[in-house]
Write a new protein. Structure first.
Length: 158
């Protein structure tokens, strides 16, 4: 009989411990629900975000020009040769008559570029339902690619 009494008391101790644990957990949860104080959101760890401002009236730094600009062509320059500072006695005679450097080659005559083609006198007026700006970019170089563009200016969202 002693063993069955011991089993009942151990079982009852575990049962009472479980009941007390459930009551304490529910009490804390119910207490937290009943007493809800507003807490401040900590912002000291939040990374500040930069503010970007959209500028609709942007102006380009490059302005196309109707007149071509001249590009200077590089010229060849001769580089001076270094002269030795110390000569042994036997080499003085050989160094006294250095070989004369050949004269620099003459530059070929510069051909005049043909005049650029004339710009169109009348700007075509397209029938678009929006405002457009007409740009012609002409550099005047021989390998030029001429570009003509219609640019739509739309600053409305969507």
């Amino acid at each position: 009989m002693g063993k069955s009494m011991l089993n009942i008391s151990v079982k009852s101790i575990f049962l009472w411990m479980a009941i007390v644990g459930v009551i304490l957990n529910m009490g804390c949860s119910l207490g937290a629900l009943v007493v809800q104080a507003p807490t401040a959101t900590p912002t000291r760890y939040k990374t500040p975000q930069p503010t970007y401002t959209f500028t609709p009236n942007w102006t380009a730094t490059f302005t196309p020009s109707a007149t071509p600009t001249e590009t200077p062509t590089p010229t060849e320059t001769s580089t001076p040769t270094a002269t030795p500072t110390e000569n042994p006695e036997g080499e003085e005679e050989a160094a006294a008559q250095p070989a004369a450097p050949p004269p620099p080659p003459e530059a070929p005559p510069v051909e005049e570029a043909p005049p650029p083609p004339e710009e169109p006198t009348a700007t075509p007026a397209p029938e678009f339902p929006f405002q457009v700006n007409y740009f012609v970019h002409d550099t005047g170089s021989p390998g030029e690619t001429r570009m003509t563009a219609w640019v739509r200016r739309d600053f409305k969202p969507g």
